[in-house]
Design a protein around this ligand. Structure first.
Ligand code: SF4
Ligand code: F3S
Ligand code: FES
Length: 252
């Protein structure tokens, strides 16, 4: 196959033909009903799912809705269920998948259309509930002309490790507790609290943190199913953080 226009991809001679079964539905359109739609596409050597979806939208079906921003595993917006597993499409190579690929929107989030869900609203709600910012009475008094206070390098590295979360929602989609309890803060929320609990600049007490996550909607609602830890595309140490926070909360 040759190029049809500059957006279309040229497959290699040995390319597989991929079949995509894609969930389609637009809840804001009264005439729309949930259904699966099928597309075929010739695979290229380094094709990612994002590239494949973009090709389908450019050349077969401009109405197909899906999200992306960075195409580099940083923004978290391209997550969806790929053959049942929460994944980032921009970081998933089609060569690692069978030639039939089923795509669904992430469960646990409001559906916008097709493969696009509103993770932003969920994450904002979680962030506001857990007050995921540094609480420090003296921030206003900081003199910016002075040399900044030093932080222990290992502590800074530990905080950075937890800050790598891109709020993609894969851990929420992979968690049965989150699917059964809309108020559950998920591994992403527990990880956020673990991050601020570590931070010496945050003046919140053990009791303050307990009030935020010491409940069935928080760390005690987690049933240690570990789908979150398996599916996090950034390999955050979620199982370790959940166990750590649960031990801390249980002693309070
Ligand atoms: Fe995504 Fe991992 Fe953050 Fe969950 S913890 S939102 S899976 S990056
Ligand atoms: Fe859910 Fe992860 Fe706990 S999958 S039940 S948050 S261990
Ligand atoms: Fe940003 Fe995939 S497009 S993570």
């Amino acid at each position: 196959m040759k190029t049809v226009n500059k957006q279309q991809i040229i497959p290699t001679t040995s390319a597989r033909t991929l079949t995509f079964n894609i969930f389609r539905h637009n809840p804001s359109d009264p005439s729309s009903t949930p259904r699966m739609q099928h597309y075929q596409l010739a695979e290229t050597d380094t094709m990612t799912l994002f590239i494949a979806l973009n090709d389908i939208r450019e050349n077969q079906d401009p109405s197909l809705a899906f999200d992306y921003v960075c195409r580099a595993g940083i923004c978290g917006s391209c997550a969806m269920l790929v053959n049942g597993k929460p994944s980032l499409t921009c970081r998933t190579l089609t060569k690692d998948l069978p030639d039939v690929i089923n795509l669904h929107p992430l469960p646990g989030f409001a559906l916008i259309a097709d493969l696009s869900v509103d993770t932003g609203q969920w994450m904002q709600g979680m962030s506001e509930r857990l007050e995921t910012w540094i609480h420090n009475q003296h921030l206003a008094e900081i003199d910016l002309s002075q040399v900044e206070e030093k932080m222990d390098p290992q502590k800074a590295r530990d905080i950075y490790e937890l800050e790598r979360c891109i709020e993609c929602g894969c851990c929420v989609a992979a968690c049965a507790t989150a699917q059964m309890n809309d108020n559950f803060i998920g591994a992403v929320g527990i990880n956020q609290i673990a991050r601020f609990e570590l931070d010496p600049r945050d003046e919140r007490s053990a009791k303050d943190f307990y009030q935020l996550i010491g409940s069935e909607d928080g760390v005690f609602g987690c049933m240690t199913l570990l789908g979150c830890d398996d599916m996090c595309p950034k390999d955050l140490p979620l199982a370790q953080q959940i166990a750590f926070m649960r031990r801390k909360m249980a002693t309070r």
